[in-house]
Design a protein around this ligand. Structure first.
Ligand code: 3H9
Length: 653
C-alpha cells in the first residue's frame, strides 16, 4: 500500500512511482472551499520541494472532479489562499501537473484544470464554466485561459452561455487532451511520467489566436439577446474578447469584474434560485419514506398534454401505456407521441437506437383493463370534474391496490377527485406545464389524504422525468395559477386606472419577462379564460372589483392572435397598438367614472410585483407553499419571471 499523506481534512495524496496523486474529497461536489484550497496549496509546496516527486496528478473523490468554487462562501470574508492563488501555483510548478477529470469539472473546477499542464478525462466527464448562471463571470482565470486553448469564439460561446460540454466535445474542442477509457488514474500517472522529460506546457503562456469583430459578434449576439439585460454574459464576452492582452492584465480585470458581480443583487438572486431548486424536493416528513418502485406508467388522455407527458416518460425509460376513449383518439395520440420522438431524432436529441427503444416501450389502448400493469397512472383528460371522477372510479376497478393515481388538473379540486375513489390516500396531483415534454416545472399536489409514500413517489418520478418538482397544497390554481391570477388582476386594475396594454407589457419586458402579459394572452387565445369568467359570474363576490375590459374584447370577437385581433392588432402578423382597444378601455373607465392617470414603468413593475408577493404571503400563511423559495421557483420556471430577479418573494425582500 502506498502511504497516504494528509494535507488538510479534504485533501490527501499518495506517491505512486514518483508521481504525487492528490485527491480532493469534499462531498457532495468537491467544491474548492477554504480547506480544499489550503490542502492543495500545501500539496503543491510539498511536490515542488520533494526530490522523489517528479510530477503531480490532481483528481476528485467520488463522481465529481470539482463542482466549482464553494458558493456558500460567497458573501463571507475571504480566506486565504484564494482559488486564483492556488491556480497560479499549479501553473507555475516546475514539475508537470496533470488533471485527472473523473467527473464534472465546473466553474472553478475547470479553471483549476485549465491551469494544469495536461488534462485527461474519463468518458463521464462534463466540463463547463456555468458562472453566468449564477450572475457572475469565472473568477479564477477561466475567461483568460480557455480562449488560449480553444480560441476566442468557442470560449465566448461556452462561457457567455454557461453551457456544459460532454467529454467527447471537450476533447474535440481542445479543452482536454486525452480521454481515458480504462483506469483513469493509471493512465494519468503514465502520462505524467512521460511529461517529466519536457518543460510544462503552461496554458497562460500560450498565445490567443486572433479573432476579428465579426467572429466575436457571431459567437455572442444570440447569447446576449437571450440574456435580456443581465450583466454577467456581456462581461464574460468582454473579458474573453480582450484575452489577447498580457495574462496578468486580463486576470486582474477578470477578478475585479468577478468580485463586483458576486456582490450584486443579480448574483444573489440567481444563487437564491440555485439553492431553492435543491431545497424544493426536501419535504418535511418524507426524510425516511421509501417511494414505490415505478417502471410502468399509464397516461389517460393522449391530447397535447398527455402526449407531452408520454414523451417525457419514454425519455426517462418508463414503459408507457396510453389510454384514450376511441380507437381514433388513441391512434392519433400514438402518432402525436411518435411525431414528437421523430422531432427529437431529427434534431439530434435522440439517436436512432434511442428512438427505436423509446418507440418499443409505448403502447396505446382504449381498454381500461390494459392499465392493470401500471405502477402509476396520470390522467390528462378534459378538465371537468365529472369526467375525471368517472375515469378514476373506472380505474379503481382495474389497477392494483398499490398503484398510484395522479391528476393533472389545473383548476379543479383534487381532493374532490380523490374522495370519489376507493383509496384517496393513493391520489395526488401532478400538474404539468405545457408543453409537458419541454417545461421543467411540475407542481406536485399533496391532497388532504395523500399518503407520504405516495407523495415521495411523485417526487421521485418527477425527478426521473427531469422535472423540477415543487410541492403545493390544494387551493384554486395551486401555487402558480393563484399567483398568476393576482398578477393578472393587478394588470387589469392598472388598465382601468390609466395604463394601456402596451405600457404594461413594456414595463414587464423591461423588468425581464420574455414577453408582456397582454402579448402572451393574445398568443394563447382569450376564449378559455373568458369561458371560465362566465362560469364564475354567478358566484363572483359583487363587492370585489371586477374589470370587464377583457369581456368586452371577447364580445367584439377579439380572441387573440388566432382571430387576428386581441389586445393588439396584427396587420401582416405584426403586433401593433390598436386604437379600437384603447377606445374600449376608455369607455370602460368612463362607465366607472375613473379619471385615468399615468404610470411610470417602474410603478407598473412595482405594483405587479407587490400583487404577486402579497398572494405569495397568503399561500405561505395558508400552508399551501412551504417556503418562499418554492413560490419563486414556480414563477421563474412556469411563468417567465426573470431568474436574475430571484422570483417575486426574493425580489420584494
Ligand atoms: C465558481 O466556480 C466561481 C469561480 O469561477 C471563481 C472563484 C474564485 N458550492 O446539484 P446537486 C451542493 S462558481 C457549494 O443536487 P448533482 C448543492 O447545494 C460555481 N455547494 O447534485 C447540494 O447541496 P445539498 C460554479 C454546491 O449531482 C449538493 O451540492 N459551479 C455547489 O445533481 C448536491 O448538488 C457551478 O455553478 C457549489 N459550487 O449535480 C456548478 N454545487 O445536498 C454548480 C453543488 O445540501 N453545481 N452544491 O442540497 C452543479 O451544477 C451541480 O451541483 C453538479 C452536481 C453538476 C456539480
Amino acid at each position: 500500500m502506498n502511504e497516504v499523506t494528509t494535507f488538510s481534512a479534504t485533501v490527501s495524496a499518495t506517491a505512486r512511482n514518483g508521481i504525487l496523486v492528490v485527491a480532493i474529497d469534499n462531498p457532495p461536489v468537491n467544491a474548492t472551499s477554504a480547506d480544499v484550497r489550503l490542502g492543495l496549496s500545501r500539496a503543491l509546496a510539498h511536490a515542488e520541494a520533494a526530490i522523489g516527486i517528479k510530477g503531480v496528478v490532481i483528481t476528485g473523490a467520488g463522481k465529481t472532479f470539482i463542482g466549482g468554487a464553494d458558493i456558500r462562501e460567497f458573501g463571507k470574508p475571504a480566506i486565504e489562499p484564494t482559488l486564483p492563488d492556488v491556480i497560479e501555483k499549479i501553473e507555475a510548478l516546475s514539475k508537470p501537473v496533470i488533471a485527472a477529470l473523473n467527473g464534472a469539472a465546473l466553474g472553478g473546477g475547470l479553471e483549476l484544470a485549465l491551469a494544469c499542464h495536461y488534462r485527461i478525462a474519463s468518458p463521464a466527464t462534463q466540463v463547463g464554466l456555468p458562472e453566468v448562471k449564477l450572475g457572475i463571470v469565472p473568477g479564477a482565470g477561466g475567461t483568460q485561459r480557455l480562449p488560449r486553448l480553444i480560441g476566442v469564439p468557442a470560449a465566448i460561446e461556452l462561457i457567455a452561455s454557461g453551457r456544459i460540454a460532454k467529454a467527447k466535445e471537450a476533447l474535440s474542442l481542445g479543452i482536454v487532451d486525452e480521454l481515458a477509457e480504462g483506469d483513469l488514474i493509471a493512465t494519468t500517472i503514465k502520462s505524467a511520467q512521460k511529461l517529466t522529460d519536457t518543460p510544462p506546457r503552461r496554458t497562460g503562456e500560450l498565445a490567443v489566436a486572433p479573432a476579428g469583430p465579426a467572429e466575436i459578434e457571431k459567437a455572442s449576439s444570440k447569447i446576449l439577446a437571450k440574456a435580456r439585460g443581465q450583466k454577467a454574459p456581456a462581461e464574460a464576452v468582454r473579458l474573453v474578447a480582450s484575452s489577447h492582452r498580457p495574462l496578468a492584465e486580463g486576470l486582474a480585470d477578470e477578478r475585479a469584474t468577478f468580485l463586483a458581480l458576486r456582490d450584486s443583487r443579480e448574483a444573489a438572486a440567481l444563487r437564491h434560485i440555485f439553492f431553492a431548486e435543491r431545497e424544493a424536493s426536501k419535504v418535511a416528513g418524507l426524510e425516511n419514506v421509501e417511494p414505490h418502485p415505478v417502471t410502468t406508467l399509464g397516461i389517460c388522455g393522449l391530447g397535447l398534454m398527455g402526449s407531452g407527458i408520454a414523451v417525457a416518460a419514454l425519455a426517462a425509460g418508463y414503459t408507457v401505456i396510453g389510454l384514450d376513449q376511441t380507437q381514433q383518439a388513441a391512434e392519433k395520440g400514438y402518432e402525436r407521441i411518435v411525431g414528437l420522438l421523430e422531432r427529437n431524432l431529427a434534431s439530434g436529441r435522440l439517436d436512432q437506437s434511442g428512438f427505436d427503444a423509446q418507440k418499443s416501450i409505448l403502447v396505446v389502448t382504449t381498454t381500461d383493463a390494459d392499465l392493470a400493469p401500471c405502477d402509476l397512472v396520470i390522467e390528462a383528460v378534459f378538465d371537468d370534474l365529472t369526467v375525471k371522477i368517472d375515469l378514476f372510479r373506472r380505474l379503481d376497478k382495474v389497477i392494483r391496490p398499490d398503484t398510484i393515481l395522479a391528476t393533472n388538473t389545473s383548476y379543479l379540486n383534487p381532493d374532490e377527485i380523490a374522495a370519489a375513489t376507493a383509496h384517496p390516500e393513493r391520489v395526488l396531483g401532478l400538474h404539468f406545464f405545457s408543453p409537458a415534454h419541454v417545461m421543467r416545472l411540475l407542481e406536485v399536489v399533496r391532497c388532504k389524504e395523500t399518503a407520504p409514500d405516495v407523495l415521495a413517489t411523485g417526487l421521485t418520478v418527477a425527478k426521473k422525468l427531469k422535472k423540477l418538482p415543487v410541492v403545493t397544497g390544494v387551493t384554486e390554481g395551486f401555487i402558480g395559477n393563484r399567483i398568476f391570477s393576482a398578477y393578472r388582476r393587478e394588470a387589469e386594475f392598472l388598465l382601468e386606472d390609466g395604463a394601456l396594454p402596451h405600457e404594461i407589457d413594456a414595463a414587464l419586458e423591461d423588468y425581464g419577462f420574455p414577453m408582456g402579459l397582454f402579448a402572451v394572452y393574445d398568443m394563447a387565445g382569450l376564449e378559455i379564460a373568458w369561458a371560465r369568467r362566465k362560469r364564475q359570474a354567478a358566484t363572483r363576490d359583487p363587492s370585489q372589483r371586477y374589470v370587464e375590459i377583457a369581456d368586452r374584447l371577447c364580445e367584439a370577437g377579439r380572441l387573440g392572435q388566432k382571430s387576428g385581433r386581441g389586445w393588439y392588432a396584427y396587420p401582416d402578423g405584426k403586433r401593433t397598438i390598436d386604437p379600437e382597444v384603447t377606445a374600449i378601455i376608455e369607455a370602460e373607465r368612463e362607465k366607472k367614472h375613473i379619471t385615468p392617470r399615468s404610470f411610470s414603468r417602474e410603478e407598473i413593475g412595482q405594483r405587479m410585483l407587490q400583487a404577486m408577493a402579497t398572494e405569495g404571503e397568503a399561500l405561505l400563511a395558508e400552508g399551501i407553499a412551504a417556503r418562499p423559495g418554492d413560490i419563486d421557483l414556480v414563477m421563474v420556471n412556469g411563468y417567465g419571471f426573470p431568474a436574475h430577479k430571484g422570483g417575486p418573494m426574493f425580489a420584494r425582500s
